[in-house]
Design a protein around this ligand. Sequence first.
Ligand code: NAD
Length: 490
Amino acid sequence: MSGNHAQIAGVSVSLDHWIDGKRVAGADRFATASPIDGSHLADVAAGGQADVDMAVDAANRAFPAWAALGAKGRQPILHGFAKEILARADDLAAVETADNGSLLQGNLHRMVPRAAQNISFFADWALTLLDHKIEHEEVTNNVRYDPAGVAALITPWNAPLMLTTWKVGPALAAGNTVVIKPPEWAPLTCSLLAEIAEKAGLPPGVLNVVQGIGEIAGEALVNHPDLARISFTGSVPTAKIIGQAAARSVTPMSAELGGKSPFIVCADANLDAAAQTVAGQYINAGQVCLAGTRILVEAKIEQEFLAKVRAAVAQMNVGDPRAATTRVGPLIHPEHFARVSGFVDRAKASGAELLWGGSQSDAGALYFQPTMFAGVAPDAEISQQEVFGPVLTWQTFTDDEEAIAVANGTQFGLAGTLFCGNEARAMRIASQVVAGTLWVNCFFVRDLAAPFGGSRVSGIGREGGTWSFDFYSDIKNIAVRKGSFTVGGA
Ligand code: NAD
């Protein structure tokens, strides 16, 4: 380590805040460790009220000029930003893996390219679809998507780079400036993102990063009176706290929250593809909000399908996420390991049948075996609560009504997966499952133009395509009486 930098996986990463185009050390520090082996990585700036005030002030000062550039003026800068993200792909992937234990190959080939796309896609979209006219018999409605102001962006640790850029892209493309509060269990790629933004020529104050603990830095940020938007991805309990701050200041808030998504397999489905996809739910140790964690299988194929899933899961190597053959890496933190183990222990104690897994893996302290419970009541804790680990449940159904009722039988509504060979049946089931995204015969395909979000407690609002701009813009109607001007416009 040198100064306020640390060498992480061979990459020099600043540990300070990034405010108004400058590194700011701040008064306090917090430690971040690698889940791969528990080793201490760095002591990162722990922001407080003063840092948040500085960042929001800087973002407010930078806002008028950034907004005035217009979508056309912002587009080349944001494309440069996306290009620089790709140029640093190796560094970003290695640092993300060291910091949160997610698979290196996944970061390199999926998450980093997607982070770049999050920036360039929305820069382009801002040019095409936003301002438009609606004709009425008396007036022409000129609908404008005006920049809103400063957006506070708060993200979780399971995919910080990807989830942060998913917000930064549309927020900046819409003409806002941003203050990012990265997750304290994996804060490092957001620091690199600030460095990359500077290299790409984003003006000072347009993108700010305040590192720190959620209950301190995050709390100060969401309670700041000068925000125009709060965009949050994380857990339901935190959303309830942030929602109170948003309500006090009447600041629009979007929330992408947890899930307990169903994975329905019909008898006529491609069972090999379905089995591989079930095994894929263990990737990143199941620390994936969208994971289909409740496997619902049509009873008449239960044994045949179980054999296929068992064989596919046997291929899910648990181990170091930097190894190309690893599919299941570590859990993020000892506290989270204890939480996941607690769910498993209580499920065992309540009589659930363990089909496989159920305890720590011999790969290391934070590694947990892919686990499957059968014989679980639909209202059992393990069927109802988000574990956010490599723990699935196995249930059967005899008709579609039962499958739909069980699928919809939790407080969540984030996503769902359905494998089915009959189009009419598939669309009937899919249309009745409560979820923001329902994948049919596929999983995790995310088109940036499509709406994304959660129903019920899984979220507020939708992101993606136009929906992102609906949130990050102040939409204004200039209603002009037809034929009322004596002098025309330019
Ligand atoms: P979390 O809610 O504990 O933390 C998320 C972020 O909020 C962190 O940056 C944290 O520092 C911050 N925070 C915590 N308390 C705060 C407060 N009082 N005020 C302001 N900020 C505060 O969630 P987590 O454990 O980091 O992430 C896991 C959760 O995120 C799971 O429920 C998962 O399903 C969900 N998630 C959802 C999506 C989605 O797109 N729907 C994606 C990824 C993760």
